[in-house]
Write a protein that binds this ligand. Sequence first.
Ligand SMILES: Cc1cc2nc3c(=O)[nH]c(=O)nc-3n(C[C@H](O)[C@H](O)[C@H](O)COP(=O)(O)OP(=O)(O)OC[C@H]3O[C@@H](n4cnc5c(N)ncnc54)[C@H](O)[C@@H]3O)c2cc1C
Length: 484
Amino acid sequence: MITTQEDYLESLMGMKKRIFMFGEEIENYVDHPMIRPSLNAVAMTYELANDPTHVELMTAESNLNGQRVNRFTHLHQSTQDLVNKVKMQRLLGHCTACCFQRCVGMDSFNALDVVTYQMDQELGTNYNQRFRKYLAHVQEENLVVDGAMTDPKGNRKLSPSQQTDPDLHVRIVKENEDGIFIRGAKVHQTGAVNSHEILVMPARSLKEADQDYAVACAVPADAEGIIYVVGRQASDTRKLEGGRIDVGNYQFGGHEAVIIFQDVFIPWEWVFMCREYQYAGNLVELFAAHHRASYGGCKVGVGDVLIGAAQAIARVQGTEQAAHIKDKLVEMVHLNETLYACGLAASYEGRRSPSGTYMINVLLANVTKLNVTRFPYEIARIAQDIAGGLLVTMPSEKDFNHPEIGPLLQKYLVGSDEFPTEWRQRLLRLIENITLGAGGVGYLVESMHGAGSPMAQRIMLTRLADMDAKEAYALKIAGLVEEG
Ligand SMILES: Cc1cc2nc3c(=O)[nH]c(=O)nc-3n(C[C@H](O)[C@H](O)[C@H](O)COP(=O)(O)OP(=O)(O)OC[C@H]3O[C@@H](n4cnc5c(N)ncnc54)[C@H](O)[C@@H]3O)c2cc1C
């Protein structure tokens, strides 16, 4: 069982994955300077679980084996579990200031449990039993599982079976008495190369013609036929320069990758949906709801770091007393806490599903995420306002260390003389990282598109808002209908 950061790193070293980056296949990805910060962020999900201060948030009593397990592998058994999940995510945001990559797997487990149970009730299948057996193994080993939903999709107007290339959504290409073979790719996969296993799911509702695309299954991350191509991030090669300051957040980061499945074999015991196309849409919606509420925790944690950096840079530059700066900091807090309030409300309003696993309130989860597509951008804008132009014009760390120009830069780029120039350098680089650099992948664009682009949330609000009831209230108050 993996319990410490060291166990985690060792467990990955034992896996033989095919990983490409910058046109080269990487042998030792665990020590690669561009990947290591993202491993450190995942490792924090193990480390904090060993800290007595955080054990209540970071672990939960499993309904599968009665043991305390890492919350990232847990099926929520109460609204308190849902609340604790959001609190755990905020905590991890504080400790890493980036995406810590384990949430997609957790949110997938909770959606799959509900949907496989429903399938078994209605179809007489045994997917839920299979899935719970699989999850018990994940809990016992304490594994990192990549939640793999998003397909490349090709022409967005066309369904999977209508695409010119049938491989643009993951599909079953063959089956035999031992299992199935899948082909296709999943894109934007958070923490992909840091995972032990991949949980593949469909990414949209499907019709009968698309039934080969209705597949949910788990596969070891180093299975034969799987290839990873790690995505680029803004300023990513700064991690190769050897310095610490210019990276902004030198210890932690996230990563995404394209995962390509070349006719990968999955044994039947790890198959949780096989052509039951009628259930694909529900699975996507329930996963998305959990994941949309998750952002009311993780993005808030990173937001706290950014607000703290904005206050600190104001102090370092001598603007902290100005009324407009204080007001801007309050505005950042207001926006950030609104996101948290939404994440908590969606959790407190959660309900037990027939499988016993608790579902988030879907309407409020979508409100949370729709706010997340906007507020971090506004928080980032204010942080850039407070930071000043040096945020994007500051010379490199190497210039600050140069024997001739270094002292000149120290002299001319100082803020308030209570603080060394290096404070200004480090805080500005941190704000740059979160609002413009690699950290902005997790804080901004993931806020926009992760768990679905804003329109997906608006569609859910339209569907769930019960507009007729609202109109009826108004008609009654206006005296347009009889009291009844
Ligand atoms: C940083 C990051 C991390 C992520 N992590 C994961 C992960 O771990 N696992 C995972 O499975 N996914 C992950 N995702 C994927 C995420 O769920 C998708 O990005 C999201 O669903 C949007 O899909 P897309 O990127 O293909 O954009 P598109 O779907 O192409 O959307 C782009 C725009 O086109 C619009 N659009 C799309 N289709 C239509 C249509 N048919 N008609 C009209 N308008 C349309 C959208 O509303 C949007 O405005 C991640 C994404 C990001 C950015």
